[in-house]
Design a protein around this ligand. Structure first.
Ligand SMILES: *Cc1c(COP(=O)(O)O)cnc(C)c1O
Length: 425
């Protein structure tokens, strides 16, 4: 199946007489005839469902679709993008370990890494998304377990040089984890460029309607954990909580990572997506390929308009010729990036606030990648926990407005922006 067909029909393949649409298995539990049958599931000796905190068929149908879209070997849904990013790192990094991450990442992920996971004993070194190979090499330590970045950073909109980050990660014997939320597998498939694990906040374009918070982790199955067995004992040595099974032996390179994350992290943290939300997510996925085209078209038109406006001091959109990331975008995102445009209003923070107050069609919302256009001032919302220096390192200036173009008519959006800019004196 080609990409567009996977969006519509991937993951769930009904058999004769079964529901055409993905069924919502709204059940916490699953019945078995014998305790032995159930015991095999608890020992990971057989695959099947017993309790929705760990796995649910609806979730697995939808995860399988995202897995196909990304070109991976295994995937799982999580309750949120935060849970996906947490699990993706915590599955291979323990207390005393270290991770290299791009500094230009989503504010929530930055807090998760720099504050909460630090409390858990995991150290992060943040590097520029533009780091050279030499700068990347310097960030590694003997206890480094992963490298993390975003294909298209939210909201800095820098484009990650996935190949460069993957080469550096692999040279140091660790996987590259890429958060592909903004690009979506429609516009970029990080595995094709060497990434090993992909994560998503499905809350954004994959759902696309602002209806359900969710996340997803996909494994490429390509990272050779066994080759670096001493770095990844959790995958390569027996798990005492499952009678001594070794994930890479029992589930192979293609299944070990996701099985471990499900069997240990989902079991213990329980960040499961509700089957109801997975169903809504799947409705969004059915039109992802159609919607992304329109989001990108609107993003391009809005970015071009803003770049010529006298009251706008700068625009960041990698589809603009002359944008710092234009060349990288041509390589990694040749069919378009996303609908999000970041820009600065002349006059700084105050002007940005006046501009936003005067928008009519575009709503102020802590959201992006929605069918309805929305915008946000990160310095006073998502990133307000950060110091000025951290803001600059994350590619966010105090005047930055993150404008997420929805699926409306571009002319209406441009008129709305134009009117709101007129209010800025
Ligand atoms: C929103 C977002 C997250 C967090 O996802 P939630 O679903 O809100 O938990 C992570 N990464 C990126 C790039 C995001 O945009």
């Amino acid at each position: 199946m080609k990409r567009d067909t996977i969006c519509v029909q991937g993951g769930y393949q009904p058999k004769n007489g079964e529901p055409r649409q993905v069924p919502i298995i709204q059940s916490t539990t699953f019945k078995y005839d014998t305790s032995e049958d159930m015991g095999k599931l608890f020992d990971l000796e057989a695959s099947g469902y017993f309790y929705t905190r760990l796995q649910n068929p609806t979730n697995d149908y939808v995860a399988a679709k995202i897995c196909q879209l990304e070109g991976g070997t295994a995937a799982m849904l999580t309750s949120s993008g935060q849970a996906a990013n947490f699990f993706s790192v915590f599955n291979i990094a323990n207390s005393g370990d270290h991770v290299v991450a791009s500094a230009e990442i989503y504010g929530g992920t930055y807090n998760l890494f720099a504050v909460t996971m630090k409390k858990m004993g995991i150290d992060f070194t943040f590097v520029s998304a533009d780091a050279t190979r030499e700068e990347l090499d310097k960030a590694f330590r003997p206890n480094t377990k992963a490298v993390f970045g975003e294909t298209l950073a939210n909201p800095a909109l820098s484009v990650l040089d996935i190949e460069r980050f993957a080469e550096a990660a692999h040279a140091h014997g660790v996987p590259l984890i890429v958060d592909n939320t903004f690009a979506t597998p429609v516009n970029c498939r990080p595995f094709e460029w060497g990434a090993d694990i992909v994560t998503h906040s499905t809350t954004k374009y994959l759902d696309g309607h602002g209806a359900a918070v969710g996340g997803c982790i996909v494994d490429s199955g390509k990272f050779d954990w066994k080759k670096y067995a001493d770095k990844f004992p959790g995958l390569c040595t027996p798990d005492d909580s499952y009678h001594g099974i070794t994930y890479v032996e029992k589930f192979g390179l293609e299944g070990a990572f996701i099985t471990k994350a499900t069997a240990q992290l989902m079991r213990d943290f329980g960040s499961i997506q509700s089957p109801q939300n997975a169903f809504l997510l799947n409705l969004g996925l059915e039109s992802l390929h159609v919607r992304m085209k329109k989001h990108c078209e609107n993003g391009q038109k809005v970015a071009e308009f803003l770049s010529k406006h006298p009251k706008v001091s700068w625009v960041r959109y990698c589809g603009l010729e002359g944008d710092k990331y234009y060349a990288l975008a041509q390589k990694y995102l040749p069919n378009g990036s996303c609908g999000v445009v970041s820009f600065g209003v002349k006059g700084g923070r105050k002007a940005a606030e006046t501009f936003m107050k005067n928008l009519k069609i575009s709503a102020i919302a802590t959201h992006v990648a929605d069918a309805r256009t929305c915008c946000l001032h990160p310095a006073s919302a998502t990133h307000r926990q950060m110091s000025d220096e951290e803001l600059v390192a994350a590619g966010i200036t105090p005047d930055l407005v993150r404008f997420s173009c929805g699926l409306e008519d571009a002319e209406d959006l441009i008129e709305d922006i134009d009117n709101a800019l007129k209010a800025v004196k």
